[in-house]
Design a binder for this molecule. Structure first.
Ligand code: DLL
Length: 436
């Protein structure tokens, strides 16, 4: 059984990787210039032509692209191929009005699957394994991404999708699942449920591949000991493909970025200046092999540190730390990306004012809870006919429709939410996810 899915590239020398990146970058910049008027205009506005880009050292000359740009370009503005060449879309969870839609050609899917296959093999997977996938399938990339990787490795793939814990446990024990793929919070919940049913000794699990949300080292240790497995982190985002942009190896000291497909940079989020390896900043990716949705210098808003220290696993690709925070106000709650602005939109649409506070907590079994406290308007507070129960129900339904998750809504009296002299404190996140 090999330690690597694609040994020659995963352990290539730095010189080989740099050469490959240079070649691919030059080609990719020409490709987007020729195929995406959006990029061509951006480059022209900066006075840059494809001939100015000779290799990775010129990357900093190119303009950034942000999530707002993607929303502006919705749905087809950043599509570099005719729709007839595309075979799939995925989309980010809950965004105000315009979602981000990512397109894939078959070639894009194949590369993405290979990246996930590398992650599965790094977690000890081989064709002898039964890979149990309870990331959601559908627009979310988690299910399909790991599924593609599992097929590439040749594992027996259980496309369980999320939910129905009873059935998950039954299949896990009956079919002898050996590698579990889901969010870390669901893994913790499964562990508890397995414990409660007293079926731990019937498990064949040996590893878990957990990502899509922040999790701490304490949580890793807890999951590892309660399920009797080794737990590996996996990182990715829809805009760049999905899970598998980076993955953890046996060393568990950061995630190897698949550098033959994605060139990472870390920048100062305020100034956009590129920071040297080892410094903390916002992660930016340039996709050098994607066809349908080829983002260049995409600002992820995830804060991390890059390290090129030699890794004991033999892989040579640069490592990123777990995300250490966000440079925007996005929260990941129950695996879903949530922006306070989405919540605000629902409140304002239902006649409330922007006096609210979002409190996110995580219970003992690592399940997220989101509470939205909203002030009644002075008019509502005086109106004898105002029905608190009815309004709470309507707000809960509106938030569910916008976010896709259930929030606990609490209407409070006017002027009871603390006012701030500077930026309003909208979010109180008590989970401390980015501590370790
Ligand atoms: O969460 C893709 C994914 C699926 C990754 C399954 C891993 C496993 P999005 O829904 O677009 O895509 O959310 C991307 O989630 O920018 C991070 O802020 C956060 N995130 C993803 N992986 C991790 C991780 C998928 N391992 C956003 N640790 C990213 C912390 C993560 N945060």
């Amino acid at each position: 059984m090999s330690k690597y899915f694609q040994e020659s590239i995963e352990t290539a020398s730095r010189e080989e990787i740099k050469k490959l990146q240079d070649e691919r970058l030059v080609k990719q910049v020409q490709y987007v210039y020729d195929n995406l008027p959006y990029y061509r205009n951006r480059m022209e506005n900066k006075g840059i032509r494809p001939e100015d880009i000779h290799g990775v050292e010129d990357l900093h000359k190119l303009p950034f692209i942000t999530k707002d740009d993607l929303r502006d370009a919705y749905p087809y503005g950043l599509l570099a191929r005719p729709l007839s060449d595309c075979v799939r879309i995925h989309s980010t969870s809950g965004t105000t009005g315009r979602r981000v839609v990512a397109f894939y050609t078959q070639h894009d899917i194949d590369i993405w699957s290979e990246c996930c296959a590398r992650a599965i093999v790094a977690a000890g997977g081989s064709k002898e394994d039964v890979v149990h996938i309870c990331y959601g399938y559908g627009l979310f990339t988690g299910g399909s991404g790991l599924d593609g990787g599992s097929h590439k490795v040749g594992c027996l793939t259980l496309p369980m999708s999320s939910g129905n814990t009873e059935r998950q446990i039954q299949f896990m024990t009956d079919l002898g699942s050996t590698i579990l793929c889901c969010t870390p919070s669901y893994a913790a919940y499964l562990a508890e449920s397995i414990e409660a049913r007293g079926v731990k000794d019937q498990l064949k699990l040996k590893a878990g591949i957990f990502g899509a949300e922040a999790w701490t080292e304490e949580m890793r240790r807890e999951i590892e000991s309660s399920l009797g497995i080794k737990a590996y982190d996996i990182y990715g985002l829809t805009e760049i493909s999905g899970p598998g942009v980076a993955f953890e190896c046996s060393a568990q000291t950061g995630m190897h970025i698949n550098e033959d497909h994605f060139i990472p940079e870390v920048i100062n989020p305020q100034t956009g200046e590129v920071l040297p390896d080892g410094e903390k900043g916002e992660l930016v990716f340039t996709c050098i092999t994607k066809e349908a949705f080829p983002l260049i210098r995409y600002r992820t808003r995830d804060i991390c540190i890059l390290s090129r220290e030699k890794c004991s696993c033999g892989r040579t690709h640069v490592k990123m730390t777990k995300p250490l925070g966000r440079s925007d106000d996005m929260m990941v709650v129950k695996g879903v990306n949530v922006f306070p602005s989405q919540i605000e939109t629902v409140l304002l649409n239902q006649g409330f004012q922007a006096n609210y506070q979002i409190i996110v907590t995580r219970d003992k079994s690592h399940q997220d809870k989101i509470e939205v406290q909203v002030e009644k308007t002075p008019f509502m507070a005086q109106d004898q006919t105002f029905d608190v129960q009815q309004a709470t129900k309507k707000l809960t339904a509106g938030l569910k429709a916008m976010l896709g998750i259930l929030a606990d809504v609490k209407l409070v009296e006017p002027n009871t939410i603390p006012r701030s002299e500077g930026k309003a404190v909208r979010v109180i996140d008590k989970r401390n996810l980015y501590k370790s």
